[in-house]
Design a protein around this ligand. Structure first.
Ligand code: PPE
Length: 306
């Protein structure tokens, strides 16, 4: 993240210098995780930088805030335009955007009465989420001993800051064991998702991915890949996935804004397929990158120029 003195952060509608983008230690969100956020990517395209599916991300931000009853007093267009503005102001091309809506400095207590909402948007360069070469080679994963937080306890379709303690537990455990990422099961023992990614199985040419009843965050990248796969004539089922289906899969991959389309080559020392990026994963991955980089005119509606 660039703290070079030139970077600006968008805060409640104004650009502030990176060093001044500070909040009080008694901020509500810091104590209770009372915030909601987004992760969005911008890519270089032949006609300049563009943000991928910005509208859908900002819609989810508002839905997440609503789910947690966090007032979001700024109009939709202000936040939408704020994303474009922060990329332009920082003269970024391909980058990651992090809008965050959190309860700020006010009385503590979980009820959160009379606490002001703060809306910030940061933008900074971010390469391959799961490490150099991960998009080409694939990664090694493990089933977490932590269960994915359940939709009876949290609105799991929302991207709530506090929810990520569950993800942090899982990914730290996985890294300590020498794996790159964790796969979390839901409370029923079905596959949910990665700590910060959705998961797809390929078996006999068909694509399978868990649905929202498995407590997943319904990802925008997941939706994009489902659309792309259907257009290629690949059969897609959204249904419960068992742990055994992972070990027996021909191919597996993660999707996410940060992770993009990352092949999984191993789960708990079971080699998946040939232990490398599979052919269907590669096809979907390259179609995804063509779309995000503005090389597929049919997907131009997914891009917002900065
Ligand atoms: N599940 C989870 C739990 C999740 O955090 C993400 C995104 C997804 C699925 C995929 O959603 P989408 O980005 O809409 O396709 N995780 C974000 C945060 C990662 C982080 O480490 O921070 C992201 O990819 O931006």
């Amino acid at each position: 993240m660039a703290g070079d003195g030139k970077t600006s952060i968008w805060w409640n509608g104004k650009l502030v210098p990176y060093a001044d983008a500070k909040t009080h230690v008694l901020s509500h969100g810091l104590h209770y995780g009372t915030g909601v956020f987004e992760g969005i990517r911008a890519y270089e395209t032949p006609t300049g930088p563009a943000i991928f599916r910005l509208r859908e991300h900002i819609e989810r931000l508002y839905e997440s805030a609503r789910a947690y009853k966090i007032p979001l007093p700024l109009p939709f267009d202000t936040v939408f335009e704020g994303c474009r503005e922060v990329v332009r102001a920082n003269q970024l091309g391909a980058c990651y955007l992090r809008p965050l809506v959190f309860l700020g400095h006010g009385p503590l207590g979980v009820y959160a009465k009379n606490v002001p909402t703060e809306v910030v948007i940061a933008a900074y360069p971010w390469g391959a989420y799961l490490g150099d070469g991960s998009l080409e080679k694939g990664i090694r994963t493990t089933i977490s001993s932590w269960t994915r937080l359940h939709h009876a306890s949290f609105p799991t379709t929302a991207k709530g800051s506090g929810q990520y303690l569950n993800s942090t537990l899982a990914v730290r455990e996985a890294r300590e064991k020498g794996f790159e990422e964790a796969i979390l099961l839901d409370r029923n023992g079905n596959v949910a998702e990665g700590s910060g990614e959705n998961l797809f199985v390929i078996k006999r040419g068909r694509l399978i991915t868990p649905g929202i009843d498995s407590s997943i965050l319904p990802g925008i990248t997941r939706d994009s890949v489902i659309t792309i796969a259907k257009e290629m004539g690949i059969d897609v089922s959204v249904r419960n996935v068992t742990r055994g289906e992972l070990y027996a899969a021909d191919e597996l991959f993660f999707t996410g804004t940060a992770a993009e389309v990352t092949p999984i080559r191993e789960v708990d020392n079971y080699t998946i397929g040939a232990g490398a990026r599979g052919p269907i994963t590669e096809k979907l991955q390259s179609a995804f990158f063509r779309a995000v980089k503005g090389q597929d005119p049919a997907k131009s509606a997914w891009l917002t120029k900065v």
